[in-house]
Design a protein around this ligand. Structure first.
Ligand SMILES: NC(=O)c1ccc[n+]([C@@H]2O[C@H](COP(=O)([O-])OP(=O)(O)OC[C@H]3O[C@@H](n4cnc5c(N)ncnc54)[C@H](OP(=O)(O)O)[C@@H]3O)[C@@H](O)[C@H]2O)c1
Length: 335
């Protein structure tokens, strides 16, 4: 049976506990490189990398000499991000490719172009995401509720279509930027497109939370369905509370409160990308030590396992199984 959501107070307590236990990097002088995998020449896709956490992730991976593909829906903004990274690392290998993750046809086009250009994919970072807190029902090009379409169905299709390229990398990695907000909500399979549910919720984030839970469950299930010899490691993570444009639709009292909380406890994107980069490059996560297999879609936060988050992601939960099938049907992958 799926887990009962936890309260905002409990979630905040877990957050403060984990944040206090963690020492942040200095983005200008990253941690000991000996614990990192050498990713020189590796092919990496970062979705939504024109700003925020995605742009800083792309920068950190390019700095480590990976070939980074900036997969963005706005090519002008992507070019600005590329120039920003080049201004810091002039030798960075960067490629811009168009991808609207909220549009299934754009995703299929992106994957076919990618396959003609690149023989393999080492790391896929599913970062692009949206959050609307205005209580209105926004929809994607394909008619899906905007959070479900952008934060779940799009990344789900992209990941599934890129599995063959990831298999060729051996080991390939999928790193999904999720959110600890998924512990606050319940999945209603009869109302995935949020048409019946009151969308405002306590702070307007309910549709966002549901989409993050749906995505994390399906990614976990996908990870559990991959075979050992597919050699693909899958990680999910919460980046923490990061001052980015994701909160751009915030209005009213809750918007005001969130702005204050961001000021007090938020970190900049340069720090917010830390756990994303950790999942991409930390050697210990792909080492098979003491018969432990990491990279089966478990959750991380502040560069450590985030057990409470992972406990929400039972891949054998009947709801997860049904959701996975429904998601396949939505994106046109059902057999
Ligand atoms: N900030 C936080 O505190 C926080 C906490 C937990 C999780 N997250 C997650 O972190 C990820 C990155 O968010 P962020 O905080 O860095 O916010 P952000 O600055 O708003 O970045 C989001 C990125 O996603 C892109 N994007 C949105 N819709 C897209 C679409 N349909 N196709 C392609 N790209 C699209 C945006 O592109 P445009 O510029 O064109 O809109 C932007 O590049 C998201 O998945 C978010 O849910 C953030």
């Amino acid at each position: 049976m799926s887990k009962v959501p936890i309260s905002k107070v409990t979630q905040s307590w877990h957050y403060i506990r984990d944040k206090c236990a963690h020492k942040f990097w200095d983005p200008e002088s990253p941690p000991d490189l000996t614990v990192e995998e050498d990713i020189t020449g590796q092919v990496v896709i970062v979705t939504g990398s024109n700003t925020g956490i995605g742009r800083e992730t792309a920068l950190q991976l390019a700095k480590r000499k990976a070939k980074v593909i900036l997969a963005c829906r706005n090519l002008e903004k992507a070019a600005e991000a590329r120039d920003y990274i080049w201004s810091k690392f002039p030798k960075a290998t960067l490629d811009i490719m168009h991808l609207d993750i909220g549009d299934l046809s754009s995703i299929r086009k992106f994957v076919s172009e990618f396959e003609t250009k690149y023989a393999k994919l080492d790391i896929l970072v599913n970062n692009a995401g949206v959050m609307f807190t205005d209580g209105k029902l926004h929809k994607t090009e394909d008619g899906f509720e905007v959070h479900m379409g952008t934060n779940h169905l799009g990344p789900f299709l992209l990941t599934r279509l890129l599995v063959p390229s990831l298999k060729k990398a051996g080991p390939g990695k999928v790193v999904c930027v999720s959110s600890s907000q998924l512990t606050l909500c319940r999945l209603d399979l009869d109302d995935l497109m949020m048409e019946k549910r009151v969308r405002t919720g306590s702070d307007g984030t309910e549709p966002y939370n549901v989409s993050k839970l749906a995505d994390a469950l399906c990614i976990r299930r996908l990870a559990s369905s991959l075979k050992q010899n597919d050699n693909i490691h899958v990680f999910q993570l919460c980046p923490g509370f990061v001052t980015t444009d994701v909160f751009r639709s915030d209005v009213g009292l809750f918007g005001f409160v969130r702005k204050i909380m961001l000021r007090v406890s938020g970190v900049t994107p340069a720090y917010g990308c830390e756990t994303v980069v950790f999942c991409c490059v930390n050697k210990s996560l792909t080492a098979t030590e003491h018969n432990m297999f990491y990279g089966a879609g478990e959750m991380y936060r502040f560069c450590a396992r985030y057990e409470e988050g992972t406990s929400f992601l039972d891949p054998e939960d009947p709801k997860a199984i049904q959701l996975y099938k429904m998601s396949e049907e939505f994106v046109g992958l059902a057999e």
